[in-house]
Design a protein around this ligand. Structure first.
Ligand code: NAD
Ligand code: DAU
Length: 337
């Protein structure tokens, strides 16, 4: 058995990853440690909750005693660290929890991994650590780190720490840096689900600045498959960029969603820009393609159709979310919009 500690497995990407892995592997024993912050949701994991190879613990990655207990009890040999505060706008509203979870939490996991001689530590990072591109060029693994938001700076700090643990202690750390994900179970604060849900509710669609910022989109299952390959074949001390070469301007995504849902562009509302808003992200994923044999499989239009369909069919899932604490965040972020 492969005894794997997955942190943040009740969030968007972590839950997609656990559902994906347990539907195809019976030699993984997964321990999912998640604090169940506003972004964690056990409803995402209904299909695996009775699986004998799945164990859930509610807890914080900064809790050393708990981490020690889990490593010992389950003879953990692999760690995949998804747990993070993940939303840029929230990091601008208040940054402390970002550094606590994303930096201190990663440190606690790395220290435990060192004590228990694990076989692989995968740090799930982001392309945002590279900063912002102008109209030309791509992020490669050699691009210098130049994070611009409290969120991305906390992720960059964790990356540097993880690489230092490899360099100093020979800890088998691998880092993945993926671009913007979309798909089922994504929390409604992020661009694509926010626009789908507001459209369905005939609410205004808040587009920051001029709407011309570019993101490079990847369907979440393509990301999960890349992580699976990195788990199997990724080399210690290496960084792998993950992206599906799908650059889109925000305004074009918003208009596409409006069109697919037969709504008028009049719902678009240009609002004050995000402070320090990165202009463009674009990933060069040649390394993972050439060295590990990964390639993206999902086409943007059809995966977006599937995602929209998922949000239409799973209204209960997001209605429960947007009627709770989320309303306070929405008001703080968007005022009376
Ligand atoms: P998410 O916000 O949906 O989920 C984060 C999960 O971590 C939640 O379940 C939350 O409860 C849990 N968590 C937060 N703090 C914790 C703590 N202190 N201890 C234990 N659990 C805690 O995030 P996501 O979009 O699924 O992102 C997952 C990871 O992937 C993050 O590390 C993020 O930086 C990275 N990433 C995300 C994207 C993207 O487009 N969403 C792209 C590249 C990388
Ligand atoms: O690139 C990977 C990153 O992608 C991950 O590391 C982050 O965890 C994830 O949140 C995401 O960050 P972004 O800031 O790129 O994603 P977000 O969905 O917040 O915004 C995407 C773009 O849409 C960005 O240019 C800001 C814009 N936007 C976003 C929201 C929420 C709007 O115009 N209006 C909005 O209301």
């Amino acid at each position: 058995m492969k005894n794997v500690l997955i942190t943040g497995g009740a969030g968007f990407i972590g839950s997609n990853f656990i559902n994906y892995i347990l539907s195809r592997k019976d030699d993984w024993q997964i321990v999912n440690l998640d604090k169940l912050t506003y972004a964690g949701n056990l409803e995402n994991l209904k299909s695996v909750e009775r699986n004998k190879n799945y164990h859930f613990f509610k807890g914080d990655i900064t809790n050393r005693e708990l981490i020690d207990y889990l490593f010992k009890k389950y003879s953990i040999k692999y760690v995949i660290n998804f747990a993070a505060e993940s939303h840029v706008d929230r990091s601008i509203l208040g940054s402390e929890i970002f550094y606590r979870t994303n930096v201190i939490g990663t440190n606690v996991l790395l220290e435990a991994s060192r004590r228990y001689n694990i076989e692989k530590f995968i740090q799930i990072s982001t392309d945002e650590v590279y900063g912002s591109l102008s109209e030309e060029g791509y992020f490669t693994e050699e691009t210098p780190l130049s994070p611009n938001s409290p969120y991305s700076s906390s992720k960059a700090a964790a990356d540097l720490m993880a690489l230092a643990f490899h360099h100093t202690y020979n800890l088998p750390v691998v880092i993945t840096r993926c671009s913007n994900n979309y798909g089922p179970y994504q929390f409604p604060e992020k661009l694509i689900p926010l626009m789908i849900i507001n459209c369905l509710n005939n609410k205004k669609l808040p587009v920051y600045g001029d709407g011309l910022n570019v993101r490079d989109w990847i369907y979440v299952i393509d990301h999960c498959k890349a992580i699976e390959l990195v788990f199997e074949k990724g080399k210690a001390g290496e960084v792998y960029n993950i992206g599906a070469s799908c650059e889109m301007k925000n305004i074009d995504i918003v208009k596409l969603i409006l069109k697919k849902l037969n709504k008028s562009d009049d719902l678009i509302e240009f609002v004050k820009d995000r402070p320090g808003h990165d202009r463009r992200y674009a990933i060069d994923s040649t390394k993972i393609q050439n060295e590990l044999g990964w390639k993206p499989e999902f086409n943007f239009e059809s995966a977006l159709d599937y995602t929209i369909e998922w949000y239409i069919k799973n209204k209960d899932w997001w209605e429960r979310i947007i009627s709770g604490e989320y309303l306070n965040y929405y008001k703080k972020q968007y005022g009376d919009l």
